[in-house]
Unconditional design. Structure first.
Length: 277
């Protein structure tokens, strides 16, 4: 198993040039963030406001906009045999979803592996206006329901995690989106400096796409939120075997809920080759 692929672009928040490189190599999944190295278990969440920022537990280099990268790994069922190198302050925005990242991973013909977690018991975890339902099952399935103001409205998306082709075709292309008023606030804080209209859909207060961005396709908002959720839970070894259903998920909320679910034993780690039930 060998080969590599490298993608270049600009960061959504910093606007700076950055890159991500995938090297197929035997061994555990390894992340190189500038001078720091970490396995998945050694990555530390720095913040999850308007994106996911990570660093190596023993390092100090922070890398932003990691959610689409983690989602691509989850969506292609990659758990090992890869080194991921990020140069710059962020993972590049690219297409605004995870399609380019997932396609790059697919070119390496990496071994597909199941999730490292499973849902141990049925439970609902509420966090503010969000609700996350966990249900045991034989396959890893993720479901999302969203309800946004204006034209977007209520949407639902569902994905069976072992169906990589469905992820590539329907989930990975779903673009980042946000309301213009929120973008103005982010820019005032020195973020969202590179809002590429081909990759980010800016919405007015009525939920309509502002030109030159192409309008959101039916269900695209829900599919992007599902994409994000898969990336969020991948950091902990998921998505878990069973069904995870989220109503109004968000990055920070999803991370808090997964931490609570693991601490409470709602979600547990799989023993090698054995599902504990």
């Amino acid at each position: 198993m060998s080969g590599w692929v490298e993608l270049h672009g600009r960061g959504l928040h910093s606007g700076r040039r950055c890159s991500v490189r995938f090297d197929a190599r035997p061994g555990p999944l390894l992340f190189r963030l500038g001078p720091d190295e970490a396995t998945l278990d050694q990555l530390e969440l720095v913040r999850a406001d308007q994106g996911v920022c990570l660093r190596a537990r023993e390092g100090d280099r922070e890398v932003d906009l990691c959610e689409h990268l983690l989602s691509a790994l989850a969506g292609t069922n990659v758990q090992s045999g890869l080194t991921v190198t990020v140069l710059g302050p962020e993972v590049p925005l690219l297409d605004g979803g995870s399609r380019e990242l997932a396609r790059a991973l697919r070119t390496l013909a990496l071994r597909r592996e199941p999730p490292r977690l499973f849902v141990a018991r049925r439970e609902v975890v509420a966090e503010g206006a969000s609700r996350y339902s966990f249900e045991p099952g034989d396959t890893a399935t993720v479901e999302v329901e969203v309800d946004f103001p204006g034209a977007v409205g209520r949407e639902r998306a569902e994905h069976r995690v072992d169906d990589v082709e469905a992820y590539l075709e329907t989930i990975a292309p779903a673009r980042t989106f946000g309301y213009l008023s929120r973008a103005t606030e982010l820019r005032a804080r020195g973020r969202a400096e590179h809002v590429d209209p081909a990759a980010v859909v800016a919405l007015d207060e009525e939920g309509r796409a502002l030109p030159p961005a192409a309008p959101l396709a039916p269900g695209e908002a829900a599919r992007h939120k599902l994409l994000d959720l898969m990336g969020d839970v991948y950091l902990y070894g998921g998505p878990p075997v069973g069904r995870l259903s989220a109503i109004r998920p968000g990055h920070a909320t999803s991370h808090r809920v997964m931490q609570r679910a693991l601490e409470a034993g709602i979600v547990r780690k799989l023993q090698t080759g054995v599902t504990e039930r």
